[in-house]
Design a protein. Structure first.
Length: 278
């Protein structure tokens, strides 16, 4: 599988230094106001039951900054299962989560929940941490909470905290580890497997076979950043990608150095790391 060093995409003129982190930049975020209409107009009984206090009207409008980000948006529109992999700081997880939120918050789609799934390495178990499962999992939710903050136009941090609490309360987003998937069928869901390079082949096999009716799955990660120590575990990622590469329902989007939009420092570091052969 190609690493970051093999990427050579054209540099965009867009301001990547802000990327998705600065919603004040018009190239990154455009806020739109939805036209008001009577509640329930044009909805079926099932859609009315699904209607929740928070809808997709609350989301800002996010636009891609690079060609490969656009490919990821397009693959999502085509209703594909997706593997988005490559360099850190390219917006893979952000774009995937944003599109998933937009669909789940729209009662006209079949998708009712987002499941964010991770393998909780390095211990591979969270039993060593104090507190309940929710307490233990909170630390892994922080990056996604920060992402969601830039997807909504809120007046203050307090308003966002209330909104994020409502998203979790209405079960729009649920956080799971790979340890809790066995025996589960995920219907009417969008499953995002983040940092999938830290999953063993067994875990990846267990996850994808949980996908039920009216559901789709997205894998985000970077094989060069794996926390797996054993060579046979790392090789399982390559085998898994090769299997999915042969499936027509799966689209693959590979991100390279030119797609890094997190900051100039991140891009400079990854370039230097690649040139050092690391």
């Amino acid at each position: 599988m190609a690493g970051c060093e093999k990427m050579n995409f054209a540099e965009s003129d867009n301001n990547r230094s802000n990327g998705f982190r600065e919603p004040k930049t018009e190239k990154v975020v455009r806020v739109t106001v939805a036209a008001e209409q009577p509640i329930g107009v044009g909805l079926t009984t099932r859609q009315m039951k699904r209607k929740k206090p928070l809808s997709s009207d609350f989301l800002v409008d996010i636009e891609p900054l690079t060609d490969n980000q656009k490919k990821l948006f397009d693959a999502y529109k085509d209703q594909k299962h997706i593997i988005a992999y490559g360099c850190a700081g390219t917006g893979k997880t952000f774009i995937t989560l944003f599109n998933a939120l937009r669909e789940v918050l729209d009662e006209r789609t079949p998708y009712e929940k987002i499941y964010l799934v991770r393998s909780l390495v390095s211990t591979r178990e969270i039993g060593f941490l104090p507190g309940t499962y929710e307490d233990k999992a909170d630390i892994y939710q922080i990056p996604y909470k920060n992402m969601v903050k830039y997807m909504f136009q809120m007046a203050s941090d307090a308003d966002f905290e209330m909104l994020y609490g409502n998203l979790k309360a209405q079960e729009t987003i649920k956080f799971w580890s790979t340890s809790f998937l066995r025996g589960t069928t995920l219907d009417n869901s969008i499953v995002i497997v983040d940092e999938f390079q830290n999953c063993t082949m067994h875990e990846l096999d267990s996850i994808i076979t949980r996908i039920g009716e009216n559901s789709k799955i997205m894998f985000c990660g970077d094989a060069t950043q794996s926390d797996l120590n054993k060579a046979n575990e790392r090789n399982g990622i390559v085998d898994f990608i090769n299997i999915l590469r042969s499936m027509p329902s799966v689209d693959m989007v590979e991100f390279g150095i030119d797609d890094i939009i997190r900051s100039g420092l991140v891009k400079e570091y990854i370039v230097a790391k690649t040139e050092a052969g690391m």
